[in-house]
Design a protein around this ligand. Structure first.
Ligand SMILES: *[C@@H]1O[C@H](CO)[C@@H](O)[C@H](O)[C@H]1NC(C)=O
Ligand SMILES: *[C@@H]1O[C@H](CO)[C@@H](O)[C@H](O)[C@H]1NC(C)=O
Ligand SMILES: *[C@@H]1O[C@H](CO)[C@@H](O)[C@H](O)[C@H]1NC(C)=O
Ligand SMILES: *[C@@H]1O[C@H](CO)[C@@H](O)[C@H](O)[C@H]1NC(C)=O
Ligand SMILES: *[C@@H]1O[C@H](CO)[C@@H](O)[C@H](O)[C@H]1NC(C)=O
Length: 906
């Protein structure tokens, strides 16, 4: 009774849920359509292939519950044939789906037919479905005109034969509102509830079942075969999945241990449902110890904590973590324990603790019970430890001494084999220390002592090797093996490096000049030594080299060392000298410093020239523009000159006169060759400077007197010299060469002439002046530069009857009255005496009197070129003289006659 009550309650809940959706579940007495088809047998449609949807707006032909078609009742009027009895479901927009149809073959007419549908062909219906029918031949179902406009229908001849699931657009078919009641109804049935066929049971799986395994397939059934069933799992779980379509239950991961009950519900179209449950039981698999029992031997003198055995315990479920421990030991002891091996998260080992209490004579066997568990089911295994008596190893051939040659001992050579024995161990282990430490030997567990590096350049003559041997448990030793290395090579020693001060090398030192002799000592006689040198900075290796045999460091044989060039990099070089005797090398350093040496300034040319004009002291002549170069940075140059007449600006090189320089002074040279010296304060260079001085017309001629008075008679013959004018000019040369002219325009005729020497003579007859007259004219003396002076000249011509005083007489008086004239006449007289004497000499010597007159005039150009020797320039003067001598045309007489003139000037 209680079970029935529960079902009833569920049914009521279900009705409440589903009545909203599909309407109430049909009752076995429900029917929709014409209640009594018999009473509507009046007429029948005549159009063949006619389909009707009975959609009367009063919903008479609408199904109003959820269930199944149980039977059809209709009135067959007059035609026979196959009648399709249909249920249509509106989909919206005039479109309907054919939910299902039952066909009935009418063979008898004019009668009411009730067609009871077999269970298997029952059409599932819902609230809101409509009934209709179709006949491919002539219509069968009758009707009666009655009722009102709400009893309408829709007909179509284009439906044709259909199957369940087809859709049809009844909205576009012809609708009628004519009042008709069709003689058909549908009788309904609630149908059957769904149920599970295989629930209410339990299934069992192991905990190692793979994820997503198929655990169970839930199936359900409904007697209404056309009903649609929906299964759901109502238990909320993440461990299991349920596929509502196939009914498959699977595990989403590894199975949870214990039992789990899952609830399910199955629901049909009308909301009828039933529930069921499935219990899944998970069985744990115990862990397995794969490698127990097992045994091991342990020496009684074991001291360290040590892993004895690694337990292989696994659990096939990856859910489970296996832990192991020692649960008991027989006989009881705390010598053994189990723990995770270092570095592992799964492997447990059985260990013996450090400093265990083991004694072969007391206990020779321990049974260690190992317990492993996955925290549910424990398993155990036994590990047996046998205690063994230990005998220590014994050295057989130590202490000992061995001698090895240094030269032929190379890596891998065996120099000694240690022999030791152990009565209960096959494998012995050796190790060692040595003094001094870092010895070039090693010992292998075979007992062989080997060389680990080439000993040919080794310097330590011997080692003590302290050798230990172990049988794995007991360490014995040390015993000493003394190794003496014979024939050790001694490294050469550089005896004179390093130096406390750098070696200085002057720049511009000759190529290959010696810098330093490296000296070595070597206790090994007869060895050849090889020297090498490296420089820092490296450019120094191009400046210095070492003789690889003698060790002499020299300057480069090809490259000059220039301080100014190398100072861009460095003037100090650290030379690393190595010397090798073929086995060992020694190294030392030498610092070489390059010294700056003063280098001479250099003139760019051998000869320079300037020219200027004569002038007073201090006057600038010119700048020779010396192009002097000096390799020394920052060096300053000063100039000097060796000609006393000139000064040179020590800085600029501008040349000036040291004193008044007057070419009009006899013996003053127009061209002087000097030596100019440039000095940087220490070193000098010289060059020739040719200074050319040009003459200047710096003196105006001066008449000897401002006025002259001459006397002539009208009868004085033409050509007669009546007097002399004279002028002087400070200039020498062309600027000192005078010419005279007489201005007698006022006389209207040219009565007088003047010679270049100043003699005034009668040029045309004076007879017309017989009545006596004094003629006035002007005399002009002019040098070749155009400068001039004038003097008034009066020529007194007395009457012809009167004896005219001669010019000479008159002049005589005037002449001697002038003290200046007395002076020069005196000198002239002396010279004249000399001349007479000299003439006499010439007469005596050559018997010929030179013609004084032809040479009396001094040719100015000759004076220039035959100037007296100048103290500045003796050679040049000599050359000039010789040149003149070589010319056969040279006339010495004017030279000698001109001497007095020079004397005069001095
Ligand atoms: C543990 O034992 C299993 C089964 O004998 C074996 O397959 C596995 O390789 C073993 N594991 C180790 C680490 O020895
Ligand atoms: C080591 O010494 C033992 C005992 O003297 C001897 O029997 C054995 O031959 C030696 N082994 C070698 C490799 O010399
Ligand atoms: C030699 O080996 C033992 C153990 O094997 C160790 O205790 C000892 O320190 C080792 N000695 C040297 C010098 O390596
Ligand atoms: C040294 O060099 C000389 C000449 O090359 C050679 O004869 C001699 O054998 C060498 N000595 C050594 C020890 O190499
Ligand atoms: C000029 O220099 C040259 C060579 O450099 C030297 O022989 C000569 O004596 C120098 N002359 C003077 C005047 O210094």
């Amino acid at each position: 009774m209680a079970e029935w009550g529960s079902y009833f309650l569920q049914f009521c809940i279900f009705l409440m849920i589903c009545s909203h959706v599909n309407g109430q579940i049909c009752d076995t007495n429900d029917r929709d359509g014409e209640g009594n088809p018999d009473s509507k047998d009046n007429d029948v449609d005549s159009t063949p292939d006619l389909a009707l949807l009975l959609d009367a707006t009063d919903n008479e032909y609408k199904i109003k519950c959820c269930g199944f078609v149980d039977a059809w009742e209709f009135y067959a009027k007059s035609n026979t044939g196959t009648l399709a009895l249909q249920v249509w479901r509106p989909l919206g927009g005039g479109t309907y789906e054919l939910v299902g149809q039952n066909t009935y073959s009418v063979t008898n007419t004019n009668r009411e037919i009730r067609y009871s549908v077999p269970v298997s062909e029952r059409i599932p219906v819902k609230n809101g479905d409509f009934i209709g029918f179709y006949t491919s031949g002539n219509p069968i179902v009758s009707y009666k005109r009655e009722g009102d406009s709400t009893d309408g229908w829709t007909s179509s001849t284009s439906l044709g034969s259909s199957t369940a699931g087809d859709t049809f657009d009844w909205g576009s078919a012809t609708s009628f509102t004519e009042s008709r009641e069709y003689a058909i109804n549908v009788q309904l049935d609630p149908g059957n509830s769904p149920s599970f066929t295989n629930l209410g049971t339990s299934v069992t799986f192991l905990d190692d079942t793979a994820p997503n395994s198929l655990l169970y397939t839930v199936t359900s059934i409904d007697l209404d075969s056309s009903d649609i069933l929906t299964m759901t799992m109502t238990t909320s779980t993440t461990s299991f999945t349920f596929d509502a379509t196939t009914g498959e239950v699977r595990n989403s991961g590894l199975l949870p241990s214990g039992s789990t009950t899952l609830s399910f519900r199955v629901t049909d179209t009308c909301g009828r449902q039933s529930t069921g449950s499935l219990t899944i039981v998970v069985q744990n698999i115990a862990p397995v110890i794969h490698n127990l029992p097992a045994t091991c031997d342990l020496s009684e003198d074991h001291t360290t904590e040590q892993l004895l055995y690694t337990i292989n315990a696994t659990d096939s479920s990856s859910y489970d973590t296996v832990t192991c421990s020692v649960s008991s030991v027989s006989p009881a002891t705390d010598n053994f324990f189990a723990r995770l091996n270092s570095g592992s998260t799964t492997d447990y080992g059985v260990y013996v603790k450090a400093l265990p209490t083991l004694d072969y004579d007391t206990t020779r066997q321990y049974d260690v019970t190992v317990r492993c568990t996955d925290s549910k089911d424990p398993v155990t295994g036994t590990f047996t430890v046998y205690i063994s008596r230990n005998n220590p190893p014994v050295f057989v051939n130590l202490q000992a001494t061995t001698r090895i040659p240094s030269v032929s001992s190379t890596t891998g050579n065996i120099i000694y084999t240690v022999n030791s024995t152990d009565s209960d161990s096959n494998q012995l282990y050796y190790n060692m220390t040595c003094v001094p430490t870092g010895c070039p030997f090693t010992i292998h567990n075979s007992g062989e002592v080997l060389v680990t590096s080439d000993l040919s350049s080794h310097t330590i003559p011997g080692y003590d090797l302290y050798i230990y041997v172990s049988d794995g448990n007991t360490l014995v030793g040390p015993r000493t093996l003394t190794v003496i290395i014979e024939g050790i090579n001694s490294a050469p020693v550089i005896s004179n490096l390093p130096l406390s001060t750098p070696v200085t090398v002057q720049e511009n030192s000759p190529l290959s000049s010696s810098v330093y002799q490296v000296l070595i000592t070597d206790v090994d006689v007869g060895q050849n030594h090889t020297f090498q040198v490296y420089s820092t900075p490296s450019i120094g290796s191009t400046l210095f080299s070492i003789d690889s045999t003698t060790g002499l460091i020299s300057t480069s044989s090809t490259q000059n060392i220039n301080y100014e060039t190398v100072s861009a990099t460095s003037t100090s070089y650290q030379l690393t000298v190595t010397v090798s005797d073929g086995y060992d090398t020694s190294t030392s350093t030498l610092t070489v410093s390059i010294a700056d040496k003063n280098e001479a300034p250099v003139f760019g040319k051998e000869t320079y020239a300037i020219s200027g004009t004569e002038g007073a002291a201090g006057t600038t002549i010119g700048n020779p523009s010396f192009d002097v170069t000096d390799p020394d940075v920052g060096a300053t140059q000063t100039y000097s000159i060796d000609c006393s007449s000139f000064n040179i600006n020590p800085t600029t090189g501008v040349v000036t006169f040291s004193h008044d320089y007057d070419l009009d002074v006899a013996g003053t040279a127009t061209s002087v060759t000097c030596v100019v010296t440039v000095s940087d304060g220490d070193l000098t260079d010289n060059a020739t400077l040719i200074i050319t001085i040009n003459d200047v017309n710096d003196h105006t001629p001066i008449m000897g007197s401002s006025s002259y008075t001459f006397y002539a008679s009208p009868g004085t013959g033409v050509g007669t010299v009546i007097g002399q004018i004279s002028a002087t000019d400070g200039d020498m040369g062309s600027f000192g060469t005078l010419s005279y002219t007489l201005d007698q325009i006022s006389l209207g005729n040219e009565y007088f002439g003047v010679t270049t020497s100043g003699d005034v003579y009668v040029k045309s007859t004076l007879l017309e002046f017989s009545s006596g007259i004094t003629l006035s004219l002007t005399a002009t003396a002019r040098d070749l530069g155009g400068l001039q002076d004038t003097a008034a000249v009066s020529v007194v011509i007395p009457q012809s009857t009167t004896a005219a005083p001669t010019s000479t007489t008159d002049r005589h008086v005037t002449f001697w009255e002038d003290p200046r004239n007395i002076a020069w006449v005196t000198v002239a007289s002396v010279l004249l005496c000399g001349l007479v004497l000299y003439s006499s000499y010439l007469i005596v010597r050559y018997g010929n009197f030179p013609c004084v007159k032809t040479s009396y005039k001094l040719n100015a150009s000759k004076v220039n070129t035959t100037r007296l020797p100048h103290h500045d320039h003796p050679k040049r003067t000599q050359i000039g003289r010789k040149k003149r001598v070589s010319e056969s045309r040279f006339d010495w007489r004017p030279w000698e006659w001109s001497l007095p003139k020079y004397s005069e000037r001095v």
